[in-house]
Design a protein around this ligand. Structure first.
Ligand SMILES: [Fe+2]
Length: 356
């Protein structure tokens, strides 16, 4: 075969799309494709085919990186664009979280300039879930809003910063930092214990080892115990699942700490069990409840997505609190997703593919 293999961008793109479309058939058709695109390679000349294939593969890898960066950029543009519907920006955010990498982290970081408190709250959540230490500088910069996510990364580098805020006068900030410190310390002491469970979220505490629902419920609701222990009971109940665990957790929506109630609503959303709907609805409807708790109740109802959730979400999509209104808007989109035919919620990539 000739030296200095040269290929036009369009034939590479054609080859790339062919390979995407044909999957494993590619291997069988390789010699014929190479003949078309590489001119002088004879399918019978095995060594020439192998060399051409290796070169083509390197070029294809390069092209793949280019395509991916371009896609990340387009999804990132949707995320930062305050003119886009919030539900599309949420889907873009969760797509970037799944894609990962420095470009995705940058786009999420840029979006902290947005004025939606809900969006910023979810940006921090996603950066924490990505567990990528390249997010640390961004998180430190916007520390006032995002200490919760730092705890989720579980990196000892942030321990000192978290300790500084463990006595913050804002109780939710202090509690978040106390939990994050405990979690990092626990991880350091229990490096050999894998945290397993049916959910893939990174939780602020590992599940308790207790398996008795009654005892876990008691630990969960005992205001005199350290928050970290009560969180451990919470995640043990969640992992256990079933109606009794859901009802025990829902009782936690009456506890003193707003941070704790917010987390209870979050796990009830993860469990997607209808038994939690009345208590979540009551908290969303309560004007006296903290807006961040009401926001999480709305998202939980969107995720449970039963007919019994719909009217409440539609009503509170008009709430006077912006974070509640926006959460209901996002929750209604989640409800539609759960009850519709979309293959995935984080569909930023497939949306790009269909608009090609
Ligand atoms: Fe939340």
């Amino acid at each position: 075969m000739r030296d200095g293999l040269s290929l036009s961008q369009s034939s590479l793109t054609g080859l790339f799309h062919f390979r995407l479309l044909e999957g494993e058939k590619w291997r069988k058709k390789e010699p014929a494709i190479l003949k078309t695109h590489f001119g002088s390679v004879r399918p019978t000349d095995e060594r020439a085919v192998l060399t051409a294939t290796a070169q083509a593969q390197r070029l294809l890898d390069l092209l793949h990186i280019m395509v991916t960066e371009k896609e990340v950029e387009m999804i990132g543009r949707t995320l930062v664009d305050s003119q886009q519907p919030l539900k599309d920006r949420f889907r873009a955010l969760f797509t970037l979280r799944n894609l990962g990498g420095p470009a995705a982290i940058d786009w999420i970081g840029k979006t902290f300039a947005d004025d939606s408190a809900l969006l910023k709250h979810e940006l921090a959540y996603c950066l924490g879930q990505m567990q990528d230490e390249r997010a640390i500088p961004i998180l430190i910069e916007v520390l006032q809003d995002i200490r919760e996510a730092l705890g989720a990364i579980g990196n000892p580098k942030v321990l000192d910063i978290l300790k500084q805020y463990a006595d913050d006068p804002v109780i939710e900030v202090a509690e978040t930092c106390q939990l994050a410190v405990k979690r990092i310390e626990w991880l350091q002491e229990n490096q050999d214990k894998p945290i397993t469970g049916p959910y893939c979220s990174v939780d602020p505490a590992p599940p308790a080892e207790e398996v008795d629902v009654g005892k876990l419920r008691q630990a969960l609701l005992d205001e005199s115990r350290p928050l970290f222990e009560r969180y451990r009971a919470m995640f043990a109940l969640r992992n256990m699942g079933g109606e009794a665990a859901v009802l025990a957790l829902a009782d936690g929506l009456q506890c003193d700490s707003a941070l704790f109630r917010h987390e209870i609503a979050y796990v009830l959303g993860q469990m997607q069990h209808e038994a939690g709907v009345p208590q979540l609805t009551a908290s969303l409807e309560s004007a006296a409840e903290n807006p961040m708790v009401r926001h999480e109740c709305a998202e939980a109802l969107g995720s449970i997505a039963k007919a019994s959730c719909l009217a409440t979400l539609q009503t509170y999509a008009q709430d006077k609190e912006r974070v509640v209104r926006e959460s209901c808007e996002v929750a209604l989109d989640m409800y539609n997703y759960e009850n519709g035919t979309d293959f995935q919620y984080a569909d930023g990539l497939s949306k790009l593919k269909t608009s090609d």
